[in-house]
Ligand binder design. Structure first.
Ligand code: BG6
Ligand code: MG
Length: 220
């Protein structure tokens, strides 16, 4: 029985992935190389500093710890500047209606994100009030694909992992959900999110009834 839903933020609730990409691309360009969209896919769900390490290794570049921290901080300033153009209308289609369905059904709602900016972003798009708990990049010590982020969310909401559904757009995030023993709904492309229990393109044509049905059929 579904007792709680845990949502990733970037790429599930709101399309911030394009802003992360712009800001990372600028960082790479400053260092004299480019970052492709395909390479960017590997960064989804991964923490800021881990993402930087991946980008540096893609560019074959070594930096001092101090330089890394400075560049990561600069990237974040740029990212937040880009995020300022967002409004509540940038919430991905169908998300608000889906969360309202969950509220009505008294199903717990939590956030499980690698981002340290999660709260600011949720405020910006006026979605903060839906969440009973936020597990974000300021709380987790082990990033996705480790299950910690979703385990903490389930503990906060006092539900068993088997009664939790996770919504994720990143490969690492789906792995994290499965490692936590939860039902994983991939948001995006089935060919990419191969480990998800089900994959849907988004919440536009997906409601609680659809989820309950799939959970019964596919879940344990
Ligand atoms: C994840 C994003 O949600 O958060 C990553 O998918 C991002 O792209 C990561 O790097 C960390 O975010 P932030 O906001 O703390 O830099
Ligand atoms: Mg994501």
């Amino acid at each position: 029985e579904i007792k709680a839903c845990l949502f990733d933020l970037d790429g599930v609730i709101v399309d911030t992935a394009r802003f992360h990409y712009i800001a990372w691309k600028e960082l790479a360009n400053d260092l004299g190389f480019d970052l492709s969209e395909e390479q960017n896919e590997q960064l989804k769900g991964i923490s800021r500093m881990e993402s930087l390490e991946i980008i540096l290794s893609l560019g074959g570049i070594t930096l001092s710890e101090e330089d890394k921290l400075e560049r990561a901080a600069k990237k974040n300033v740029r990212y937040l500047e880009l995020c300022q153009q967002m409004t509540p209308d940038d919430t991905l289609p169908g998300v608000r209606a889906f969360l309202e369905e969950l509220e009505k059904a008294s199903i717990g709602i939590g956030l499980g994100s690698a981002s340290k900016n999660a709260k600011v972003i949720l405020e910006r798009i006026d979605m903060l009030s839906y969440f009973e708990t936020l597990v974000d990049g300021n709380r987790v010590t082990k990033g996705k694909p480790d299950p910690q982020v979703f385990n903490l969310g389930a503990a906060d909401l006092q539900v068993n992992p088997a009664d939790c559904v996770v919504f994720e757009d990143a490969v690492a995030g789906v792995q994290s959900a499965k490692a936590a023993g939860m039902f994983a709904v991939g948001i995006g492309d089935r060919a990419v999110l191969t480990e998800a229990d089900i994959v849907v393109p988004g919440f536009a044509n997906f409601g609680l009834e659809d989820l309950q049905q799939q959970f019964k059929q596919t879940g344990t």
